[in-house]
Design a protein around this ligand. Structure first.
Ligand code: GLO
Ligand code: MG
Ligand code: MG
Length: 406
């Protein structure tokens, strides 16, 4: 039964066409998170629908698909009780062997500071021993990262906030949060020196809601302000990892949020996915909800030569099987990303887009009275809508002559 169903999935996936070869997929800086593939479909109102899988399974499947980079939380692969013990290094060495064997690289490591009960009052809790433990964990992740050859460390302070108001003093909590990051940067400088490697890029990731009711650093803009607040001892080592959906969730234009991070020189890492405005963190795979917006985002990133990772931080839906995760979820997400990236290249090279954009920039002339300025630009400004139409055409392939005739 399930064999037949798998054969059907394979046949229909192949019939979809449009997939890229693994070697083509590997040319892009696309990373696959351990937690995304191993996500079992559970949530507050949902029991798991998929079987547990190991990092061996995930690394081996990513290699087969052509996802060249792997990312992980410390506790995705090392049980909390084993962290900071000798046994942790046995696991890390086994991960290293497994990555090498399959030709993958670890690009990013991150500390889980939201799931375990020790983080009930966040990693910047009032109790000094919790903060000391958090600092140890962050420094430990940095060392693991260097050991695995990573270039990035990401911080999603998901519990930095509160459910009930009054007990958490915001400025104090943010100072404590900064102390944790300062420890991580110090540990990084020290480890990088010992290993003769560059320091990691430390990237802050914001989410406007979940799992706390109120979040102290809810947006990428808040993270940028925090980086330049004076609380960090090494602000030059700290940038941002925006997540597409996290910006959309609060109602932002993700493209504008990314632009602000680019201007600050802090756009170093990017979590890619999709979803809906003003809803919870549904983590749908890239391009399944807002492909036109995604095309626009990638036009911006390509035009600014963004060369950081694209981290597939989505969750395969509960209706997808373990088999489907690697046959459908990941390969199709990668292929939609590549397609949108290449389309963004076409948009930038498109003669109509170019001429329209350049003409707008040249302006309609006119001098003197405000009425003249308006009149001189009136016809030109219709180009805004024409450009939007052209992007739609590029998205659906009409710029290559695709027609729908009755
Ligand atoms: C959750 C976040 C989470 C982070 C991860 C990396 O909403 O997106 O998946 O990206 O913890 O730090
Ligand atoms: Mg994320
Ligand atoms: Mg998310």
């Amino acid at each position: 039964m399930s064999e037949n169903q798998r054969a059907l999935i394979d046949r229909l996936t192949a019939a979809c066409g449009g997939s890229y070869l693994p070697e083509v997929r590997r040319r892009y800086f696309i990373s696959g998170p351990q937690w995304a593939a191993a996500y079992q479909g559970q949530a507050l109102f949902h029991a798991p629908t998929r079987e547990p899988i190991t990092y061996h399974d995930v690394i081996c499947q990513y290699a087969r698909i052509g996802i060249g980079y792997w990312t992980t939380h410390d506790t995705d692969v090392i049980p909390t009780e084993t962290l900071l013990t000798d046994r942790q290094w046995e696991i890390v060495n086994d991960i290293k062997r497994t990555l090498d064997q399959h030709g993958l690289k670890c690009s990013m490591v991150t500390t889980e500071t939201f799931f375990h009960p020790v983080w009930a009052a966040s990693a910047a809790a009032e109790a000094p021993e919790i903060r000391a433990y958090a600092a140890q964990r962050l420094a430990n992740t940095v060392r693991i990262g260097h050991h695995l050859g990573a270039q990035f460390a990401v911080y999603w302070p998901g519990t930095l906030g509160y459910l009930v108001q009054g007990a958490v003093e915001e400025t104090q909590t943010l100072c404590w949060f900064a102390e944790g990051l300062n420890t991580a940067c110090e540990a990084d400088i020290e480890t990088a020196r010992q290993k003769n490697r560059p320091t990691l890029k430390h990237c802050l990731e914001a989410k406007p809601f979940e799992p706390q009711a109120e979040i102290l650093l809810p947006t990428t803009d808040a993270m940028l302000a925090f980086i330049s607040s004076g609380l960090l001892t090494h602000p030059e080592m700290v940038g941002v990892n925006p997540e597409y959906l996290h910006e959309l969730m609060w109602g932002a234009a993700p493209r504008a949020a990314l632009a602000r991070a680019l201007l600050a020189g802090k756009l170093w890492h990017f979590d890619i996915n999709d979803g809906y405005r003003l809803k919870h963190d549904v983590d749908v795979a890239v391009g399944l909800v807002n492909p036109l917006d995604w095309l626009n985002v990638l036009v911006l990133l390509r035009s600014h030569d963004y060369n950081g990772p694209f981290n597939l931080d989505f969750k395969p839906p509960r209706t997808t099987s373990n088999y489907g995760v690697f046959q459908v979820s990941f390969p199709t997400a990668v292929d939609r990303f590549i397609t949108l990236w290449e389309m963004a290249g076409e948009a930038l090279a498109d003669p109509i887009m170019k001429e329209a954009t350049e003409t707008l920039k040249a302006g309609g002339g006119g001098k003197g009275a405000v009425g003249d300025l308006v009149a001189a630009n009136r016809e030109l400004l219709t180009l805004h809508e024409l450009i939007a139409h052209r992007l739609f055409q590029i998205l659906i392939g009409q710029h290559r002559g695709r027609r729908y005739s009755l």
